[in-house]
Write a protein that binds this ligand. Structure first.
Ligand code: ARG
Ligand code: ZN
Length: 876
């Protein structure tokens, strides 16, 4: 609890520990009322460090016995504070032993060892191991682990830990034990154990060198039918990592466990991945296509960590993006290879713009490699993960795929079994490519989204076309001035027929990749041999995480949307059209002018909707308007009512003007046969869902009937969810109530379905703060379960109309929730604070309300360091 002055940790203070741990022998004895943990550490002096201080982290443990080399320690032998215990150790080789008592069943923070439903499981990243036993809980200390678990045989028939099973047997009083050994040295954050009554599904994978790996998924018995998709995804990921990175799995056993109570998506513990149930359990009847794609990606992500994270890990937590940025890049390439590359890129960029850009544009902005933190859990952010992945992607773009692969081979080989830094990663890329990436590394150290403003000039006499690029980066907390970035701009020039012109220039341009590399504040590029003024297509495939601005006319954007050879940029041109229209109309509204939907936009919508040369998935993406996160991020001052009115007006115009198109698309895209999760089928369903949504928005009674019918006869959750979401967005309240009630009746015993039921309601328009209060009173809600909290609260926060209701009720509701969660699960409470982090960008009225809400949170008694850090940063 609140520590008056929570301690700030700085990267510049990094020092190796005075002692390494070579091996840990751990015994965990689970009893009804408590759990006893016995641990023996084989220590080795670090010759690089003069100090003889043995520093062991430990939190929320009762000490029963401590000993050094068999000699019991008394309180005068060590110094203790809230987080650690320090003693002097005179020998270079020593053995530290401890016996402590913990209470996993009362551990609602879901860090360390805790109870989840009927099972016990762990989450140790980042600093959860210190809640299990005294240990140098830092990622640069890598040890081999032997873990013995003892528990009641009936209640916990399954006992799992990292590595290989080496022994098991019965004990007195109906108890039993299992011993596991992990031969790969690892940091404590990768420790895991599970005890439960779990059902298991087995499979095998033969590695390319011919080794057979046993695969096992463990879930609570009621979920036994939901594991097949994850197993298939795992095998695809294992194959892909062999094919793409030459990485083979190393142990003989790979296990996945699903847990209903989990703070994040999943965790890459060595040989024993633990997943949030929502990120692994799937059937067509209970998971929609987006969920299938997400599960496949997360299973792959955690598997890929076995190399990018486990075999080569992080030296300290400032290097978190070393494993996360790289692994997100790897999983996103995996998804691109499995499905549709352009669609995957579009989805990633939508997420980046909706989550990471706003983060980088406000008080929470921090570099991909932060320089300081109070609570590291607050830095598992879109910047570290998604922007970190973009940084790796830019390296890939700059050096090219072959050299990138060479660089990653070198990285894995050179640093296998070590804890390293982002500099080490980049150094490998420099070494194989001969390219100096010193300036490039500013992407790791400077926060903020760079702006690139582009202007052009055409000289018909000389046949020269000139583009001038100017880059700048706004100040972010603690960083006023920025030096210029290395920015790869993938580009083309379109002629009047929409074809790419051959490019001739002496600028730093690579014709094979179409990439122009900017390094200076201002770069002028001259293209020669150009006969007519071209239309530039810039930042193809979103080759850098920047805000690029070029003064296109609406007609030029419509032209690019139709003709650009780059699928991503066709989509992006339409997005710019939408964005510009909505922002323009919002501004007109505010000035009391009559807002008009531009005709270039409406024409473009019709031509996309009818363009059967485009895949349904791309059409869905092109017909989807930017969400409020992106709209808010694009204005200087947020006038929520006007943005809402403008976005609604555009939707209504699209819906009513093209009612017949939406109707015929909806009817024409009906499914045939059994559900299949393929890019083509998922694309079809998504376009049908969007068409139905627009059709229903047009107010056509036939659309409501169609939706009700689709809901009742849907053979899968994608169609069912599309139908329900469309109905919830309409005005037929009786039908809404009827379907919601039916849904709950039918699916109340299925946790994943109940979560969807909650979030569909909390994010539906027309839901007010009072409805949310009711939802939290419902038996389906459980404040101790992060998925339930997210379903209700995060859904509500995206429901901009009620959340930003002018009474301030929405703000109060979320603040109240943060206050309640502060004592239960500080990590989740701290996350919710980010909902308010753009408060300063609002018009005066809401700005004041949100500021006072944040101040109320800051005044909460016993504020956790987690919430304290986030609230204090938000207020700055
Ligand atoms: N390393 C996990 C991943 O795959 C995330 C775990 C983070 N957990 C936490 N409590 N901060 O991304
Ligand atoms: Zn990860």
């Amino acid at each position: 609890m609140r520590t008056q002055d929570p301690k700030t940790i700085y990267l510049k203070d990094y020092q190796e520990p005075a002692f390494w741990v070579e091996h840990i022998d751990l015994t965990v004895r689970i009893f009804e009322t408590h759990t006893d943990v016995e641990s023996h550490l084989t220590l080795k002096k670090n010759p690089n460090i003069a100090s003889r201080d043995l520093v062991l982290n430990g939190v929320d443990q009762d000490i029963i016995e401590l000993a050094l080399d068999g000699q019991p320690l008394t309180q005068s032998d060590y110094r203790r504070d809230e987080e650690s215990l320090t003693l002097t150790c005179d020998r270079d080789d020593a053995r530290f032993s401890s016996l402590t008592r913990i209470r996993p069943q009362d551990n609602t923070s879901l860090e360390g060892l805790y109870q989840s439903g009927s099972m016990y499981c762990t989450q140790c990243e980042a600093e959860g191991f210190r809640k299990i036993t005294f240990y140098p809980d830092r990622p640069d200390v890598m040890a081999t682990f032997t873990t013995r678990i003892e528990a009641d045989q009936t209640r916990f028939p399954v006992l799992l830990a990292n590595g290989n099973p080496v022994d098991s047997g019965e004990l007195d009083e109906g108890r039993h034990f299992a011993t596991w050994n992990d031969p790969f040295p690892k940091p404590s954050y990768l420790f895991a154990m599970v005890a439960g009554n779990l059902s298991r599904k087995d499979d095998t994978f033969t590695t390319r060198s011919g080794r057979e790996v046993a695969l096992r998924i463990f879930v609570e018995p009621q979920n036994a039918h939901k594991v097949d998709f994850a197993l298939e995804s795992l095998k695809k990921a294992m194959r892909w990592d062999e094919d793409t990175y030459g990485r083979e799995y190393d142990l003989d056993l790979f296990m996945i466990v699903a847990s209903d109570y989990f703070n994040m998506g999943a965790m890459e513990n060595k040989g024993l991945n633990i997943f949030n149930s929502a990120a692994v359990l799937a059937t067509p009847d209970t998971s929609n296509d987006l969920r299938f794609e997400r599960i496949e990606a997360i299973v792959a992500h955690e598997y890929f960590h076995n190399w990018s994270g486990n075999r080569v890990t992080c030296r300290d937590w400032f290097q978190l993006s070393l494993k996360e940025g790289f692994t997100v890049f790897r999983d996103s390439e995996f998804t691109a290879d499995m499905h549709d590359r352009a669609v995957k890129r579009i989805h990633d960029v939508v997420d980046l713009r909706a989550a990471q850009f706003p983060e980088d544009n406000g008080p929470m902005a921090h570099p991909v490699r932060p320089d300081s933190y109070i609570e590291i859990n607050n830095f598992y952010t879109a910047t570290v993960y998604e922007k970190g992945a973009e940084v790796v992607r830019m390296i890939h773009t700059l050096v090219g795929p072959e050299l990138f692969r060479k660089g990653s081979d070198l990285y894995f080989e050179r640093f296998d079994g070590q804890a390293v830094t982002t500099d080490d990663f980049v150094a490998c890329m420099e070494e194989v490519s001969g390219r100096d990436l010193t300036q490039f590394k500013r992407w790791y150290t400077q926060a903020g989204t760079p702006r690139v403003t582009v202007t052009d000039h055409f000289d018909s006499d000389t046949g020269e076309y000139r583009l001038t690029f100017r880059q700048s980066c706004p100040p972010t907390p603690g960083q006023r001035e920025k030096d210029s970035f290395v920015i790869p701009i993938k580009m083309g020039l379109l002629d009047a027929d929409g074809n790419d012109l051959p490019i001739r220039t002496d600028a730093d341009y690579n014709p094979d990749t179409q990439v122009l590399t900017l390094t200076d504040t201002e770069t002028r590029v001259v293209f020669s041999g150009v006969n007519e003024k071209p239309i530039p297509s810039l930042l193809r495939d979103f080759s850098a995480p920047v805000r690029l601005q070029f003064d296109y006319s609406d007609e030029q954007l419509a032209f690019l949307a139709k003709n650009d050879a780059n699928g991503f940029n066709r989509w992006d041109a339409v997005q710019q059209l939408y964005l510009r229209a909505i922002l323009g109309m919002s501004e007109d509204e505010r000035m009391g002018k009559n807002a008009q939907v531009p005709s270039a936009l409406l024409d473009t919508v019709a031509s996309i909707a009818g363009d059967t040369e485009l895949t349904p998935a791309i059409r869905t993406a092109m017909l989807s308007l930017p969400g409020y996160a992106i709209l808010k991020d694009a204005v200087d001052e947020i006038y929520m009512e006007n943005l809402v009115a403008a976005r609604k007006a555009v939707i209504n115009a699209i819906a009513t003007r093209y009612r017949d198109i939406w109707r015929s698309l909806t009817e024409g895209l009906a499914g045939r046969g059994d559900y299949e999760f393929t890019a083509a089928e998922a694309g079809r369903r998504s376009l049908q869902g969007l068409a139905l949504w627009y059709w229903l928005k047009s107010g056509d009674q036939a659309a409501f009937d169609f939706a009700a019918d689709l809901y009742h006869h849907a053979g899968n959750q994608t169609d069912r969810g599309n139908a329900l979401r469309a109905v919830l967005a309409g005005e037929d309240h009786a039908l809404q109530d009827e379907l919601l009630e039916h849904f709950y009746e039918r699916w109340q015993d299925d946790t994943q379905m109940v979560e969807q039921w909650l979030s569909m309601q909390s994010s539906a328009p027309n839901i007010g703060a009072a409805d949310i209060e009711n939802l939290m009173e419902h038996q389906a809600f459980d404040i101790k379960n992060p998925n339930k909290v997210r379903s209700v609260i995060a859904g509500f926060a995206m429901n901009v109309e009620s959340f930003h209701d002018e009474t301030g009720q929405g703000y109060e509701l979320v603040a109240d929730m943060i206050g309640r969660l502060n004592g239960i699960n500080p990590q989740i409470a701290a996350r919710l604070v980010t909902i308010f982090s753009d408060w300063k960008r609002f018009e005066p009225k809401r700005r004041a309300m949100m500021e006072s809400t944040l101040k109320t949170i800051l005044a909460t008694p016993n504020l956790s360091p987690d919430v304290f850090e986030m609230t204090e940063r938000a207020l700055k």
